[in-house]
Design a protein around this ligand. Structure first.
Ligand code: NAG
Ligand code: NAG
Ligand code: NAG
Ligand code: NAG
Ligand code: NAG
Ligand code: NAG
Length: 265
C-alpha cells in the first residue's frame, strides 16, 4: 500500500473512474489500480496526476469553471428545507476528517457528546455539476483513504483543496475556504435542520463502526456578516460515535467524510 497523502483527490476520482463505465471515456493511467477493493497508487505515477487533471473535468487546478446552477443536491431521507430565496450554489467540497466526541468517564450511563469536527475540504464543484453519480461515490471512497496532508503547498492535493472545516466552539461550525491559491470565502454557521443518513449508509471505515452522521442544513450565524449563507452536509460516510460511553476514553475521534454544498447570496 503505497497510497500517499498527496494522491488523495486523484485517488478519489481515479478509483471511481477505474470502476465505472466512464473509464472508457476518460481512460485509465498507469500506476493506478485496485487491490482488495481499495485504490492504490505508486509514486512513479505522479505524472499521471497532471495528465488526469487535464483530461478529467473537475480535477486539477486548471479545470475549466463549470455551471453550478446545473448541480442538484441529493435529497435527504427526511428532506431538508430548500435554500433560502435568492441564494445560489457557490461551491461543493468533499470533507475528510474526524468528528470529535467527549465522554464523562466518571458516569456509568454517560453518552458521547459531540464537540465538533475537523476536516480538510476538497473542491469537487465541477464534479457536482457534471458527473453527480461520481460525486455520490466520493465520500465512501474518501473515508477509506488517509486524511491528506492538505497544508503541503507542493502537493497535488493542495491544488484541489478548498480549505478547512472546524468548530469555533461546540455549536459553531466554521468553513474557511480562503487559501494562498484562492479566496472562495468563509463563514460561521449554526445547525438549522437535520435528517438521519439513509439506512444503507456505511457504518464507518471498511464499513465497521457506528454509522454515518446525520445530514444537515446549516445557516449563517449572522447573515449580514458573510457571503456564505447556507451549507448542507450530505451523503455522509462514517463519523457516528457509539451509543454509550462504556469503554470509551474521555475524548475520541471518529473518521468521517461528507459532501458539503455551500450556498451564497
Ligand atoms: C472550485 O470551486 C470554484 C467555486 O468556488 C469553481 O469555480 C471551480 O470551478 C472549482 N474547481 C473545480 C476543479 O471544481
Ligand atoms: C426541518 O425541516 C422540515 C421540512 O422542511 C420542517 O418540517 C421542520 O419543521 C424543520 N425542523 C426544524 C427544527 O426547523
Ligand atoms: C450521566 O449521563 C446521563 C446520560 O447523559 C445523564 O442523564 C446523567 O445526568 C449523568 N449523570 C451525572 C451525575 O452527570
Ligand atoms: C452581524 O454582523 C454585522 C456585520 O459584521 C454586525 O454589524 C452585527 O452587529 C452582527 N449581528 C449580530 C447579532 O451579531
Ligand atoms: C479533536 O479536534 C481537535 C481540533 O479541534 C484536534 O486537535 C484533536 O486532536 C481532536 N481529537 C481529540 C480526541 O480531542
Ligand atoms: C452499536 C455498535 O455497532 N457499536 C460499534 C461501534 O463501533 C465499534 C468499532 O467498530 C464497534 O466495536 C461497536 O460494536
Amino acid at each position: 500500500m503505497l497510497l500517499t497523502q498527496t494522491s488523495f483527490l486523484l485517488a478519489l476520482t481515479t478509483s471511481v473512474v477505474a470502476a465505472a463505465p466512464i473509464e472508457k471515456r476518460w481512460g485509465f493511467w498507469g500506476g493506478w489500480g485496485h487491490g482488495n477493493g481499495r485504490p492504490w497508487w505508486t509514486p512513479s505515477a505522479e505524472s499521471s496526476y497532471l495528465e488526469f487533471g487535464k483530461r478529467f473535468p473537475g480535477a486539477g487546478a486548471n479545470a475549466p469553471s463549470c455551471d453550478l446552477s446545473q448541480a442538484a443536491m441529493p435529497i435527504a431521507p427526511t428532506p431538508l428545507p430548500a435554500p433560502g430565496a435568492g441564494l445560489s450554489l457557490s461551491h461543493v467540497a468533499i470533507g475528510r476528517g474526524t468528528q470529535n466526541y467527549t465522554c464523562d468517564t466518571k458516569n456509568a450511563t454517560a453518552v458521547p457528546v459531540p464537540v465538533g469536527a475537523v476536516a480538510a475540504l476538497f473542491n469537487v464543484s465541477c464534479i457536482a455539476a457534471e458527473t453527480p453519480e461520481l460525486l455520490s461515490k466520493l465520500p465512501n471512497i474518501a473515508l477509506n483513504l488517509p486524511v491528506p496532508s492538505s497544508d503541503d503547498q507542493n502537493s497535488p492535493a493542495y491544488q484541489d483543496m478548498s480549505g478547512h472545516h472546524y468548530f469555533l466552539d461546540a455549536t459553531t461550525p466554521f468553513f474557511n475556504l480562503d487559501t494562498s491559491l484562492h479566496q472562495y470565502g468563509s463563514g460561521m454557521f449554526k445547525k438549522s435542520n437535520v435528517s438521519a443518513a439513509p439506512t444503507d449508509a456505511v457504518l464507518g471505515v471498511n464499513n465497521q463502526g457506528n454509522g454515518s452522521v446525520q445530514w444537515l442544513k446549516l445557516d449563517a450565524k449572522n447573515s449580514t456578516g458573510q457571503v456564505f449563507q447556507t451549507v448542507y452536509r450530505l451523503n455522509t460516510a462514517g463519523g457516528n460515535a457509539p451509543k454509550s460511553c462504556t469503554g470509551m476514553p474521555a475524548a475520541f475521534e471518529v473518521q468521517y467524510s461528507s459532501e458539503y454544498w455551500i450556498w451564497s447570496e
